[in-house]
Write a protein that binds this ligand. Sequence first.
Ligand code: HEM
Length: 216
Amino acid sequence: MKQAVYIYRSFERFWHWMQAILIFFLAMTGFEIHGSFSFFGYQNAVKYHNTAAYLFIVLIVFAIFWHFSTGEWKQYLPTLKNLRAQIDYYLLGIFKNAPHPTKKTVLSKLNPLQKLTYLGFKLLVIPVMVASGLLYMFYRYPQEGVIEGLNIKSIEAIALFHTAGAYILIAFIIAHLYLITTGETLTSNLKAMVTGYEELEKNEIKEGSTEGVENE
Ligand code: HEM
């Protein structure tokens, strides 16, 4: 028998989708600035990229507050337990209809591979994007070509980090879109991030997960 289990809370879903829209938009305007294609026009692309970047920073500040005030940051503590099983599942098991090696609940919503990847984004990729993006802004505009305090005389290093981060994010988005389809059913992961609920077999629900059902 199936039961709807609450996995993602409302702020979390809002944050996820806002982040998805902003990163998609930042990638689109960013690669226009980079010269990969022309859509908005260079000057508009720069303007839109800057505005989206500020919104992204505001969202990040709220998300950091949410992670610490709810204790949800603990979900991202990496673990080796089941990491191998999760990798084996994506490489082999998934093609043989093997069961998912880890079960989602509101108390443990991320599999070990997700914990590791998302932590890497939170601690490395996103900070590099924000820092290099802000350096880019302040390098370019007010001081006309240098950041005196940091002794940065060339924009090349900043551009390199920012563009490398952008490629990593694009690679992540591609993998993420595929992995979305690998839940219990083709759309169950997507549905969970829209409604907060996922239909799970009753015998698959871990102890404590019904807490999430009552929370809504
Ligand atoms: C808070 C975050 C961010 C800030 C402050 C920021 C800021 C900037 C700035 C100021 C520029 C240079 C614009 C110009 O040349 O006039 C730039 C370029 C660019 N941004 Fe961002 N950005 C951010 C996030 C992102 C994200 C998330 C992506 C991609 C997913 C991205 C992709 C790019 C790319 C590809 C370029 C062109 C780099 C080059 O060719 O040198 N940015 N960004």
